[in-house]
Ligand binder design. Structure first.
Ligand code: NAD
Length: 479
């Protein structure tokens, strides 16, 4: 399949080598070997894509919402029909197990189905001003051209979650996929065009010079919005740059999720939920549980059972049957995970299992559970982004909530308890954009995904998702 796939960039419906005719290598993290060379976009290519998007967007914005809706629905169908092929590509360049990759494709496709439904429901309003002197009409035109910068951890879904609502609202897009995972992005764009998305609306320009790419795009006159998913650190840099042209932004940034287990929780469910919240997609997920707060009476039992489940995880190439944890994305990721683990161990944490890299080839890390972790150590302050679970026992709920909230991140939290009222009460006190009660996964195209604090600005999905890609215009009228 790789031999047939597209490795050039997509600008205005044409596959091109780009201005520099240079390429960069994409590596399979399960083997450490190169699998393809992808055309490396320059600032000039990014600007050409913006020009194309500008021209295509005018026509698209004038198309009937029903027409846009039908095309998005066809995208949904096309992605489903190509599920196994896209999943294969995801596993090849990201490494996640095939089951996770297939789940990602289904999740991605759902954003097209959901936004096909939303495209015909962008409502404005008409009201009489309180003074009675005029009618207040509000409407929601599309923003225009949206620049999108996406991470490697969901090579398909983080693009689908942005492109589907952007197109539904009548926008055009210029996408910079992550350097580690451009192949899925290119194939996705090809399939969207096959499904009927007109040329110029979805442009994909991979690059190895993301700073230069971004600088060029931000200054293009037609670009009115930046939608970014990635780390908080990079998000801050992009936000500063967006300020130069007062661009609209949607920022989906890093997390540091607390996973709380109360003594009255169903421990079987809590362990199963912990495995989902920690380990799906090889633990490289913004919503991954990062700190496990377990009420003292059950802390030992939970830790033992959780460690047993972690020890049973089969680590390996995501194509091998039975593997549920693939490689980390690159050697640097393994090093930074290990640095956090070694630091915690050096500061009194107890290794229950795992605790180190797995010998190559490939970039693997052992599923690891650490007990007796100090709630203020670096491992609890950083996004681990790997299969490592620090467990912290607690006695006092108020102190636990204060510790859970003692972070600049606020993407998601998880609460396990047999008492739903307590679960709701604690959820309301957790400073996060999303909370799962007795659930280890919450993502759904019909729900608003996004963070509080430095985990982000704006929401993706739900009925809010499409309005992120719209302006609001108010017309004052007498009639
Ligand atoms: P990253 O911030 O390193 O990179 C994200 C994207 O930004 C990539 O395409 C990268 O090439 C690009 N980039 C980096 N520097 C840039 C610059 N100076 N100018 C323009 N673009 C630049 O993040 P990552 O390592 O790819 O992904 C992991 C991070 O993403 C984690 O922090 C994770 O929590 C976060 N994430 C958040 C969500 C969410 O919805 N909140 C979802 C997935 C991942």
């Amino acid at each position: 399949m790789l031999a047939q796939m597209q490795t050039r960039m997509l600008i205005d419906g044409d596959w091109t080598e780009g201005a520099a005719s240079e390429r960069f290598e994409v590596v399979d993290p399960a083997t450490g070997e190169g699998i393809a060379e992808v055309a490396a976009g320059t600032a000039a290519d990014a600007l050409a894509a913006c020009d194309a998007a500008e021209a295509a967007q005018r026509k698209w914005a004038a198309a009937a919402p029903r027409e846009r809706s039908e095309i998005l629905r066809a995208c949904y169908q096309t992605l489903l029909e190509h599920s196994s092929e896209i999943a294969e590509l995801i596993t090849r360049e990201h490494g996640k197990p095939q089951a996770d990759a297939l789940g990602e494709v289904a999740y991605s496709a759902e954003f097209f189905r959901w936004n096909a439904e939303e495209a015909v429901r962008v409502h404005g309003s008409v009201s009489l001003a309180p003074s009675g002197d005029k009618r207040i009409i509000t409407r929601h035109p599309p923003v225009g051209v949206v620049a999108m910068v996406t991470p490697w951890n969901f090579p398909a879904a983080m693009i689908a979650r942005k492109v589907a609502p952007a197109l539904a609202a009548g926008n055009a897009t210029v996408i910079k996929p992550a350097r580690d995972t451009p192949l899925t992005a290119l194939r996705l764009a090809q399939l969207l065009e096959e499904a009927g998305v007109p040329p110029g609306l979805v442009n994909v320009v991979p690059t190895r010079s993301s700073g230069a790419w971004f600088d060029a795009v931000v200054d293009h006159r037609a670009v009115r919005m930046v939608s970014f998913t990635g780390s908080t650190e990079v998000g801050r840099t992009l936000l500063r740059r967006c300020a130069d042209r007062v661009l609209k932004v949607c920022m989906e940034l890093g997390g540091n999720a607390p996973f709380v287990v109360f003594a009255d929780a169903d421990l079987d469910a809590a362990v199963a939920g912990a495995m989902v919240a920690k380990m799906r997609h090889s633990a490289e997920v913004c919503t991954a549980a990062n700190r496990f707060f377990v009420e003292a009476p059950v802390a030992e039992e939970f830790t033992e059972r959780f460690a047993e489940s972690m020890a049973a995880v089969r680590v390996g190439n995501g194509f091998e049957p039975g593997v549920t944890c693939g490689p980390m994305i690159n050697p640097g990721a393994v090093d930074s995970i290990d640095a956090l683990v070694q630091d915690a161990l050096g500061h009194g944490a107890r290794k229950v299992n795992g605790g180190g890299p797995v010998d190559g080839p490939g970039f693997f890390y052992e599923p690891t559970v650490l007990a007796d972790v100090d709630a203020s150590s670096p491992i609890t302050r950083s996004e681990i982004f790997g299969p490592v679970a620090p467990v912290i026992a607690f006695d006092d709920t108020n102190a636990m909530i204060a510790a859970a909230n003692d972070t600049e991140m606020g993407l998601i939290g998880y609460v396990y308890t047999g008492d739903l009222a307590k679960g709701l009460h604690v959820s309301e006190r957790i400073e996060a954009g999303m909370v799962g009660i007795n659930r280890g996964a919450v993502s759904d195209p019909a729900a608003p995904f996004g963070g509080m604090k430095q985990s982000g600005l704006g929401r993706e999905g739900a009925s809010e998702g499409i309005y992120e890609f719209c302006e609001t215009q108010y017309i004052a009228a007498d009639w």
